[in-house]
Structure formats: C-alpha cells, structure tokens
Design a protein around this ligand. Structure first.
Ligand SMILES: CC(C)(COP(=O)(O)OP(=O)(O)OC[C@H]1O[C@@H](n2cnc3c(N)ncnc32)[C@H](O)[C@@H]1OP(=O)(O)O)[C@@H](O)C(=O)NCCC(=O)NCCS
Length: 141
C-alpha cells in the first residue's frame, strides 16, 4: 500500500469502481447509477486513492451551518484497520464544520464512531419504506 491521498471532487469518478468498493467493503449493493446519484446529490463527497486506484468512499449531506449527516463510508477490505476510516472521517468533519454531525452506524461499527467522539442518540427516528429490513439489520427496535 502506497501513500493514500484523499480527494473531494466528483470529477472523473468511475462509478463501477466505486460500486465495487461498496460491495466488497461490504456495505450493501447499489447499482453504479444509483450510487452516482446519491453522491452527486450530496454536499460533500470524499474518495481515497492508492495511486490511481480508488480504495475508499464517503459522502455527507450538509447545510454547512448547523447540521450534517455522513453516509456510505466504506473502503476495500485490504485497506481497513490501518487508520484510513478515521482519516476520512476527520477530513470530512473538518470540511463540514457544523456543530452537529449525525450518522447511523452499521451495528458492529458503533465502537469505531465512538472512538471519534460520536455518542449514541436516544431519540433518533426513521420513517422507512421497509422497516422489516431495518429491523432484521439491527437498526430499529
Ligand atoms: C468501518 C470502517 C469505515 C472503519 O475504517 P477503518 O479504516 O477500518 O478503521 P480505522 O483503522 O481508521 O480505525 C480507527 C479506530 O477505530 C477502531 N475500530 C475500527 N473498527 C472498529 C469497530 N468495528 N469497532 C470498534 N472499534 C473499531 C480501530 O481499532 C482504531 O482504533 P485506534 O484509533 O485506537 O487505533 C471500515 O472498516 C469499513 O469500510 N468497513 C466496512 C464498511 C462499513 O461497515 N462501513 C461503516 C458504515 S456505518
């Protein structure tokens, strides 16, 4: 693994490559077109690169004043556990520069976010088209 660079622009992103990261991380499945739309409609995007190879992605919605929400942080398995997730999160939090940054963690990643200072919320709620899926994933009661 070489020196990992972070970029924040959507220019020249190969969405098939981004999709592969999403699936291999694993974070789920999303078509390249749907992944592109979610990133294009986000106020902040972040991509991690090992040379010309994209190895990590993340995005956030933000009003850049009060509130931000981070989504879809993931990286290739061979780049996990080496501080890259922490680096991406810290870079995004700095750029977002809002007093509140929200997210919902994959259940077994709560500890990763707690190390970054995130706290569990008592009243976070969701109106979902598929609550059963959220329930089986361990996201809601
Ligand atoms: C979750 C993920 C983004 C974390 O990134 P990472 O680069 O592997 O994590 P880092 O190496 O930056 O870890 C930073 C710190 O968090 C800790 N940590 C990492 N994963 C953890 C976990 N699941 N539970 C508790 N602590 C964890 C590390 O030990 C490290 O601690 P340290 O600072 O004391 O050394 C990455 O593993 C990943 O892409 N996972 C698959 C996709 C996913 O689940 N994304 C999260 C969606 S909410």
């Amino acid at each position: 693994m070489g020196k990992i660079e972070l970029s924040f622009s959507l220019d020249n992103i190969d969405w098939d490559e981004a999709c592969t990261i999403f699936e291999r991380a694993p974070l789920g499945t999303r078509t390249p077109e749907r992944l592109r739309k979610t990133f294009e409609n986000s106020q902040l995007t972040c991509f991690a690169w090992d040379g010309d190879t994209m190895v990590g992605i993340a995005r956030a919605l933000s009003d850049f004043t009060v509130m931000s929400v981070v989504y879809d942080l993931c990286m290739l398995p061979e780049y996990q556990g080496q501080g890259l997730g922490k680096r991406i999160m810290q870079a995004m939090i700095k750029r977002l520069d809002t007093p509140n940054v929200h997210l919902h963690a994959v259940p077994d990643k709560v500890g990763f976010y707690e190390k970054l200072g995130f706290r569990k919320m008592l009243t976070a709620m969701v109106l979902s088209a598929d609550p059963d899926k959220l329930k089986s994933g361990g996201y809601i009661l």
